[in-house]
Design a protein around this ligand. Sequence first.
Ligand code: ADP
Ligand code: MG
Length: 682
Amino acid sequence: MPELTTGVRYVKGIGEQRARSLEKLGVRTLGDLIAYFPRAYDDRRSYKKIRDLEEGECACVEAMAAASPTLSRIRQGLELVKLRAVDETGALDVTFFNQAYMKDNLRAGESYTFFGKAEVTGRRRAMANPIVEREGARLMTGRIMPIYALTAGISQTTLVKSMEQGLAACGKLLPDPLPDAVRQAHQLCRIGYAYEQIHFPSSEETLAIARRRLVFEELFLLAIGLKRLRGRRDELTCPPWLETGLEDFIEGLPFPLTGAQRRAIDDVRADLTSGRPMNRLIQGDVGSGKTVVAAAALLCAVRNGRQAALMAPTEILAEQHHRGLAPLLEKLGVRSVLLTGAVKAKARRAALEALAGGEAQVAIGTHALLTDDVVYRSLGLVVTDEQHRFGVAQRAALAAKGDRPHLLVMSATPIPRTLALMIYGDLDVSVMDELPPGRQIIDTFAVPGSYHQRIYTFIDKQVAAGRQAYIVCSMVEENDQIPDDRKAASEYAGILQERVFPHLRVACVHGRMKPREKDKVMAAFSAGEIHVLVSTTVVEVGVDVPNATVMVVEDADRFGLSQLHQLRGRVGRGRHKSYCILVSDNRSDEARARLKVMTGTNDGFQIAEEDLKLRGPGDFFGHRQHGLPALKVADLSCDMALLREAQEAAGRLLERDPELSAYPETAARVEAMFASAAGAMN
Ligand code: ADP
Ligand code: MG
């Protein structure tokens, strides 16, 4: 008897070679096989008579081969099989390109079902490369077909046939990780039915029922795993820090704190004095003033006799933080050192000594903070800025340099709160949803490429008024090769300098420059020595040049909304009116809808919400940088309500049975789910 653990070779038609191909898809056993869900569906239920076919429509046609197919070789590498098929209403010209075997597959006088896109010219009806099977087979036509992601050596047909066998053999053996009570309370179908329908839906409705159940299951297991991680963290203890005054620091600032900054600082202080290691995410829109919150945390550490480290993703940012924070801290008697790849050996040695000896209380830097020779006397707090640029592993590496130091991460990628709770599952989240007062709205325009001349004239005027401009261009992709941002940016900069702005200073930064060179250009831009900076998205994170007032984004439709929002956040940082111009010739509805979101609001959270709706959560989950298990079926943009339901159900179950001792199946699945992401979570 086959079981879920039986190898795929059990399936008829899967030999050694195909088994090896399947392995590349992560499919070794029958259980793996039936858990390999379709990535899409193709509705092949519509049947048409040949005469009724309409141009461009996809339909099944039942017809007889009127004659034997003919094979012709048009030229090197192009083989054509032609067949005339007929039903009682007319004739269909069927053509297959480079499928010479079709000549022998099809026989005159036999009836077939053809599924494809109809081409209609006058009275002629034709189909190119249709899917064909014996009439009545109903394997690849006549139903809602699953479309699987493939790999070399495995075709859709093979997978479909294997799937049918796999489901028949062990669809009934699937253990259900959802407790019955949960399943019933949330009106979810049984697992066997869900698997059958997710592969071979009888209708859109049954597919929806199956999907809902599987999504719930996935989110439920994820929620349980995350809650348990958090539970484990809650058991960790550390000596509570003392509540220390921050009044002198706050009064020394050139501005009053916003309410959001105040709340975030309160959250941080509550964590630090709680007797448990802090693990907090500060989520604030660009310009919401997260640095001040970080500074307050650094100070708390120092006043508790501990050291603190602040890690930024680029040298530019680390230096910027150091420039801004060092004098502030110095005033309060705190010594800080800068550690980046650019720091000269001698200065670096001095910094390391100061950290090891405890004379310096704060280290600000890049990845250079992680190298082995950096030793702290008493590291008590690690702050990472722009968290999404760091792997979770790097955060953990830095944390390992202290004895369970408190962790604070700051992110400028606004994420809807529910999603944040999921993604950063084991972090506590403070949301800073308020900008300092007096921040002006950045006027945003979406324009076609034909506006370039006007844009250049506008930049000219702004520069004449003493301002500066960014022009961001996306990468050039040369058929399948690695995108080349260097070429895009530097060629464009060259053209602008020569032909458009010969009287201005134009410079360029791109991702392939050495950090040192990049910083030099950025420093020159910052100092006002460069008027127009052409770049790829390296300016995306954190740089602060208050005198820049124009942000032009070329091919804006190629960027994610959140990314555009980040880019826009580079201007409007000073007292001058600022502008963002999004250039795009993409007239598709989707592109226009997205750019309209940008011109419609300056609110990063609203943009994130819209982005999620328009694009799905790929942006957030795609890179898997959060170290979370990958989700197979759940799509958090539409499944937000279900997510909440699943989280509540998970909470209730864990309350009743924290160890899941009555639910071994649930426990096993959670463990398996998190095993793949092991070590990534801290
Ligand atoms: P981000 O959250 O993007 O890191 P920053 O910390 O860089 O934001 O702050 C952006 C700018 O706003 C800085 O120039 C900072 O000095 C200023 N700023 C921060 N907090 C306030 C405040 N409460 N009132 C006025 N300006 C502030
Ligand atoms: Mg910042």
